[in-house]
Design a protein around this ligand. Structure first.
Ligand SMILES: NC(=O)c1ccc[n+]([C@@H]2O[C@H](COP(=O)([O-])OP(=O)(O)OC[C@H]3O[C@@H](n4cnc5c(N)ncnc54)[C@H](OP(=O)(O)O)[C@@H]3O)[C@@H](O)[C@H]2O)c1
Length: 223
């Protein structure tokens, strides 16, 4: 599969690229507003995989966000949350119903030393993005509670659940499959996209728990 990571030069992009590069044979396409930056980061990720004793089996390449979308079957929106809607709008011309768009975006603010969930007026980032996308293009919401730094640390063992939400069964199942390909990430079906706010709002909770309890990289597991 060809997996494009839009804004994949950042933290969650790096984590996903390294973990999928470690274990799978997918082509990983790192996107950026600047092609040079994307290529440099792609080379850096490939080097990290080599140091870890692995080679990305199908390679990691970099390009502009637009070129990456054109060449990808899966499009993960890894850009900073405040810019994700505008970025998606810019990419509409190169998106089509045969591609699955994935959002890990969480909108939150820091106020008085704690993080608060700050959903857009539509109720969640996922629902807001769904309103921007043509109905025929599948949108799946996932990865909100996966701490990027731990994901990118290939020496770290993962053991956490990942809630995956979406209204199109096939698309959701494909993304659940991709989650399961990362060792230690366990996909769980979160139901329809309209409930994405429930999962997005867990992220500021995890960060606050980490700060108050002096813990790092907290994630979730349902028992
Ligand atoms: N960090 C985490 O632990 C984590 C966990 C779960 C979910 N998430 C979600 O994942 C998304 C990315 O988080 P992150 O921590 O990886 O972010 P990040 O590292 O701060 O930034 C990701 C990328 O966003 C792009 N970007 C920055 N400003 C932009 C703008 N004005 N327009 C378009 N693109 C811009 C940059 O790419 P270029 O400069 O290369 O274009 C940057 O590398 C967020 O929605 C976040 O809520 C993060």
């Amino acid at each position: 599969m060809k997996i494009g990571l839009i804004g994949g030069t950042g933290d969650i992009g790096e984590g996903l690229a390294l973990r999928w590069g470690l274990n799978t044979e997918h082509a990983l396409l790192i996107g950026s507003r600047k092609a040079d930056k994307a290529r440099e980061r792609a080379e850096e990720f490939a080097r990290k995989l080599e140091i870890a004793g692995r080679k990305a089996k199908s390679g990691i390449t970099g390009g502009t966000n637009e070129d990456v979308v054109k060449d990808s079957e899966i499009v993960v929106l890894c850009v900073e949350a405040p810019y994700v809607v505008a970025t998606l709008r810019e990419l509409l011309g190169v998106l089509s119903p045969d591609k699955i768009v994935v959002t890990p975006a969480v909108s939150m603010v820091r106020k008085g030393g704690v993080f608060l969930y700050a959903p857009p007026p539509d109720g969640s980032m996922a629902v807001q993005l769904a309103r921007v996308l043509p109905e025929a293009i599948p949108l799946v919401s996932a990865f909100h509670t996966v701490p990027a730094h731990k994901l990118a640390d290939l020496s770290a063992t993962l053991d956490q659940d990942v809630v995956v939400l979406g209204d199109m069964k096939d698309a959701k199942e494909r993304i659940m499959g991709l989650v399961a390909e990362i060792d230690g990430l366990h996909p769980i079906d979160g139901g329809p996209l309209v409930t994405s706010s429930l999962v997005e709002s867990i992220t500021p909770l995890l960060i606050n728990l980490a700060i108050v309890n002096k813990r790092k990289n907290l994630a979730i597991k349902f028992v």
